[in-house]
Design a protein around this ligand. Structure first.
Ligand SMILES: [Zn+2]
Length: 322
């Protein structure tokens, strides 16, 4: 039986570590974290929009009085579901790996609003965005609020009497991916280096870095692993993710060498061993990134372009289920 319930809201992990969970963990429904010690606080990530983040901060402040003042915010990476509420904690030191900070600073919040409004004119990618995110999240009122404090590699911060280690294990999911490790509590917040019980999406790669990141986490003395999406995990969740990447890397390579196209390869790879995981269509984006790694001449990654491919994957799956 799972040790932690997968329910919406703030979960007390004990000793000043908290996880804020947003089931069902699919597109945009990310997790965040709070670390409190001796009246000092560190927030791990904000959420997909101002309203969701405000609700989260309200609940944190009700249950953890010290959270009235967020001293530090760490953005684990630059995806919108981890940063679009940054503007609510501008009094905090906002920390991120350098590449993450650069990606956040380059975001255009109006772009999300335009996609929400104009999805019908944007083809398959627009439909995919609308169904997975555009119809579910409020992107209005966002003021991009980039990190104020950047690091490269690793940084250690103190929160009250806790030592908290920030380690950039990327590029993997994005150009930089920071995990937040609290050794004294045997707890790690992984950001999207761990998708638990859903398919990960590898926007950046290389896959070897993500596998190495899994090994890094498996080598830590940790018991509680707060994933970026999905239920709170233990090391078995990380082992499963590592197995997924080794498997799709090898399967994609065979198809690449046989001359199969990336989209077809994404549809062709059997995912029976991961059948219970959500967001299966991400295989197409992952194979795209792997093919580029293998040397295929493909255009640079673009979210909307891959959304269209994932929409075609869903339609293909749907057609073959009936
Ligand atoms: Zn995410």
């Amino acid at each position: 039986m799972a040790k932690w319930q997968y329910t919406k809201g703030l979960h007390d992990l004990g000793n000043g570590c908290f996880a804020y969970l947003q089931p069902d963990g699919t597109w945009g429904w990310s997790n965040a974290g709070l670390i409190e010690s001796q009246g000092e606080t560190l927030l791990v990530d904000t959420l997909m929009g101002v309203g969701l983040t405000r609700d989260m901060l309200d609940e944190m402040r009700r249950k953890v009085p010290a959270a009235k003042k967020i001293g530090r915010l760490v953005n684990t990476h630059s995806n919108p579901d981890h940063v679009l509420g940054n503007q609510l904690v501008t009094d905090a030191e906002i920390i991120a790996a350098r590449a993450t900070a650069e990606e956040i600073a380059a975001m255009n919040p109006q772009g999300f609003v335009n996609m929400v409004d104009n999805w019908e004119a944007m083809g398959e990618g627009g439909k995919f965005f609308h169904e997975t995110m555009g119809s579910k999240f409020d992107f209005t009122g966002v003021k991009i609020t980039p990190p104020t404090s950047v690091f490269e590699g690793e940084r250690t911060v103190r929160v009250g009497d806790k030592t908290v280690q920030l380690v950039d294990v990327g590029p993997a999911h994005t150009k930089a991916d920071t995990i937040v490790y609290v050794p004294s509590d045997r707890t790690v917040y992984t950001g999207d280096i761990l998708f638990n019980e859903s398919h990960p999406i590898m926007w950046a790669g290389p896959v070897a870095n993500w596998i190495r990141a899994c090994d890094y986490i498996l080598g830590l003395d940790v018991e509680t692993i707060v994933s970026g999406h999905g239920p709170i995990a233990d090391k078995s969740g990380v082992r499963n993710l590592k197995r997924y990447f080794e498997y799709i890397r090898d399967e994609a390579r065979q198809r690449f060498e046989a001359g199969m196209g990336w989209e077809e390869a994404g549809r062709d790879i059997a995912l029976d061993s991961f059948r219970g995981w959500a967001d299966e269509e991400r295989i197409v984006a992952n194979v795209f990134t792997l093919y580029r790694e293998f040397g295929a001449e493909l255009p640079a990654v673009s979210g909307p372009g891959l959304f269209a491919a994932m929409e075609r994957y869903r339609q293909h799956r749907h057609a073959h289920e009936h």
